[in-house]
Design a protein around this ligand. Structure first.
Ligand code: NIG
Ligand code: FE
Length: 422
C-alpha cells in the first residue's frame, strides 16, 4: 500500500458507467488537500481529503498514517484522472503533411483522397514495413500521449487493408503498449477503405470471410470498426460487417456521419455499438437515437474537425438531448496529426462550447465507457486503476485555457509514476 498525499485539489467525475446529459458536469467532485491510497495491485484503495487519512498518535495529528510502504508528496499539485483516448489510429508509417498544406489551400479531404492521397497512401507505406518497424515508428506518438496525460488508449488498424497487414498493425499496437507502458485496447478497422485493385463488393467479402476469422483466431482485437460514410462503406455493408463481427465475438465501434449524414449514428445504436464517432453531420434523428441509447457513446473528435476545416459536431445539442459525449484525438497521419488530449479539450470548450467539467468527463469516464471500461477506468475512485495525472495548474479550467502547452508534472499509471516526476 502506498499513499500519494498533499494533492492541492483532486477533481474527478464519479461513476462506474457513462455520465449523460447534465450529469456530465454535475457528477464531478473537487476535493481540496487530498490523498490517494494505492494497493499493491495498482488499484485505488481509497481517495479523499488528507484529513480522512490523518492519524492521532499521543494527541499529535499526523497528516497521514505511517505504515504505508511509500508516501509520495504531491506538493499541492492538481490531480485529474488520466485521459482515456478512445479513438486513435496511432499505428501507421510515414506522414502526410502535403495533404495538410493542400487543405490549407482549400482542397477538401475527399478531393485529396480522390487525387491519390488519403488512407490509401498510408497503406502503401504500412505494407512495406514489418510489424516491428511499425511499432518502432509509432511508439514516439504514444510516448508523447503518455507524457501529455493519456493513460489508456484505443488503437485501430486500418492502414493494412489485407489480412496480413491488418494483423501486422494490430501486433504493432500491442508491441507499442509494451514499449511505452501505455495501456492499449485494440480495434480492427479493416473496413477503413477499399484497397487499390479490389472491387468494393469483393473487399467486403474478404473482410467477412478472411480478415475477420484471422483477427478472431489471433485474438488481435476486442472491437471492430467500420468507416461508414459517403464514398467509403454503405449502411448495408456496415451492418453486414458488424453483425458478422459480433457473431464472431467482437464488440462494435463506428465511424459515423463524418463527411455526410448517412444515418450512421442510428445504425450504431441499432447495432449496440459502444460508440458512434465523429458525428460532424449528424441530424436531429441521429441525436434522438443516441439520446435513447443506453450504450452508444457520442464520441467527438474536434481536432479532426479543425484539420479538415469542418464545423464542429453539435456537442451542446447532444448533451442537452441527454447523450453521453466522449472526446478523443483521432490521432492519425491524415485528418488529425495530434496525440494531445489537452488540445482536444481546449477545442471542445472553445469550438463546441462544452464546459471544462463536461470536457473532463468526456475525456475520461465517458472515453472509458466508449471502450467498455467505465467500471475500471476513467475516474479517481476506490476500486479503479490508479491512473491519474498531477498538473501544475490552479484549477480545472486552466487546462483548456492554457492552449497547446502542457502543465503536466507527473503521470501515474497503475499507481506508478511513468512520466515526469514529483
Ligand atoms: O477518423 N475517417 C476516417 N478515418 C480517419 C482518417 C484516416 C486518414 O485520413 O488516414 C479519421 O479521420
Ligand atoms: Fe478515425
Amino acid at each position: 500500500m502506498k499513499i500519494y498525499r498533499n494533492i492541492g485539489t483532486l477533481v474527478t467525475p464519479v461513476g462506474k458507467s457513462a455520465l449523460r446529459g447534465e450529469a456530465m458536469r454535475k457528477n464531478i467532485v473537487s476535493v481540496k488537500n487530498a490523498s490517494i491510497v494505492v494497493n499493491d495491485a495498482g488499484i485505488i484503495d481509497d481517495a479523499g481529503s488528507n484529513l480522512k487519512f490523518a492519524v492521532k498518535i499521543d494527541d499529535v495529528v499526523y497528516p497521514n498514517a505511517k505504515g504505508y510502504a511509500e508516501e509520495i508528496d504531491c506538493k499541492g499539485l492538481l490531480a485529474l484522472p488520466g485521459f482515456v483516448d478512445s479513438h486513435t489510429h496511432a499505428v501507421f508509417m510515414g506522414e502526410r503533411s502535403n495533404e495538410f498544406c493542400m487543405r490549407a489551400e482549400g482542397r477538401s479531404y475527399q478531393e485529396i483522397a480522390a487525387m491519390g492521397g488519403g488512407i490509401r497512401s498510408s497503406v502503401e507505406k504500412v505494407r512495406n514495413a514489418t510489424s516491428e518497424e511499425i511499432a518502432q515508428y509509432s511508439q514516439k506518438f504514444v510516448r508523447n500521449a503518455l507524457s501529455l496525460g493519456t493513460t489508456t488508449m484505443e488503437v485501430k488498424s486500418g492502414y493494412g487493408l489485407s489480412t496480413e497487414s491488418e494483423l501486422a498493425l494490430l501486433a504493432a499496437a500491442k508491441r507499442v503498449g509494451e514499449l511505452t507502458g501505455m495501456e492499449i485496447f485494440r480495434t480492427w478497422l479493416g473496413a477503413h477503405a477499399v484497397p487499390k485493385g479490389k472491387k468494393q463488393s469483393e473487399y467486403v467479402e474478404e473482410l467477412i470471410n478472411e480478415q475477420l476469422p484471422a483477427i478472431v483466431k489471433e485474438h488481435a482485437a476486442e472491437f471492430a470498426d467500420v468507416f461508414c460514410d459517403e464514398g467509403y462503406f454503405t449502411l448495408e455493408e456496415t451492418e453486414r460487417i458488424c453483425i458478422a463481427a459480433q457473431k464472431a465475438g467482437l464488440k462494435i465501434k463506428l465511424h459515423a456521419d463524418e463527411l455526410a449524414d448517412t444515418g450512421g449514428a442510428e445504425l450504431a445504436v441499432k447495432l449496440g455499438s459502444y460508440s458512434a464517432d465523429h458525428l460532424l453531420k449528424i441530424t436531429s434523428d441521429g441525436i434522438a437515437a443516441l439520446a435513447r441509447s443506453e450504450r452508444t457513446i457520442a464520441t467527438l473528435l474536434p481536432i479532426t474537425a479543425l484539420c479538415i476545416r469542418s464545423p464542429y459536431a453539435p456537442a451542446r445539442k447532444l448533451i442537452e438531448a441527454g447523450c453521453a459525449v466522449a472526446i478523443a484525438t483521432d490521432c492519425n497521419p491524415g485528418s488529425s496529426m495530434s496525440e494531445n488530449m489537452q488540445l482536444a479539450i481546449s477545442l471542445s470548450v472553445i469550438g463546441m462550447q462544452m464546459s471544462p467539467e463536461e470536457a473532463l468527463t468526456a475525456a475520461t469516464l465517458n472515453g472509458a465507457a466508449a471502450i467498455d471500461r467505465a467500471a475500471t477506468h476513467g475516474s479517481i475512485q476506490q476500486g479503479k486503476f490508479a491512473d491519474f495525472v498531477l498538473y501544475d495548474i490552479p484549477s480545472l479550467s486552466y487546462l483548456p485555457y492554457h492552449i497547446g502547452v502542457s502543465d503536466v508534472a507527473a503521470v501515474v499509471k497503475n499507481g506508478n509514476i511513468v512520466s515526469g516526476s514529483l
